[in-house]
Design a protein around this ligand. Sequence first.
Ligand SMILES: [Fe+2]
Length: 335
Amino acid sequence: MIVSQEAAHRARADPAVIIPQLFLSQGACMMAIPVSHGNAMNTASWAELNTVSPAYKQIVDSGLTKNLEELEAYGLTVITPEQLLEAGKGQPHIMDTAREAILRIAEERTGVRHDVDAGTHGMLSGQGSNDSQYLLYAFLEKDPIFEEMIAHPMTLPLIEYYLGASCQLSSLTCFIKWQNEVGYGEHLGLHNDSGLYRNGPLPDKPHVFNTNWILTDYTRDNGAFCIVPGSHRLQRHPKPGEGVRHAVPVEAPAGSVLVFHGNVWHGAFPRRNPGLRLSVNCYYCGPHFRCQEDFRGRISDAMLARNGDRFRRLVGYDDPWGFSDERGPVPYCQR
Ligand SMILES: [Fe+2]
């Protein structure tokens, strides 16, 4: 343990200074915590401490503390278009560009021109497809806007706060949904996104987190996403039909982003209105879990270079596991 003589002297001389000696280790920076003698303790500088998640400082600096509070209480928060605009990134740039890209990819893959207002759509038969929707998979490399979305500074700090700074993108998908009275049926498709322990308790610390970028307005009759607020605290999967009467629609305008806890119960209402509902899911997992999608091998050097280290870790290029030669665990990008 290293405590500077100057700091030790200050602590002795001024009882209003506490040195967080317990958390000091070799090479770690040291910070004295001022304790207020007034009515309110000044904790503003605590976000700088190396014992606090670095993501928390980003959350504070980005004005996301209320969003963190909502995640704790409800298991979901909505980042508004105004918040994205204030942060200098987002509306209308992301929503407009992402919507155009999704419609282009959907047409390329189905051969049918999609129309958001008229509800014209094609169809693909992958997992999650039914009479009311289909999913697009594997499109990260199809438009640079998706690079921006997966590493967005208004969503990633909230996710890293729970999953850690080494979390990875598990998958990138898009739901294309149309008018259908049935949708997921009377159970609303309620589930949580944890892949763990179908019949047992889930850890209180989530291993996955999800985001839902809303590209068309969410209202109940537009087929909005729904959640059971607070259900992440139950730490288990819902039984069939359980939670339906407590499910609430998440009504938010296009350009908003939902960020939600991996244990929270969620689903969607059927779309009763004409037109299409479009949304993009950036889904994340802790570094010690398997990702759903393998991005490696599909991403160009130019894409890696323009996005930096965090992006490379997000898409698995710094992942040392899965080694297969005599050098042992080296990052995928160096093999
Ligand atoms: Fe889900």
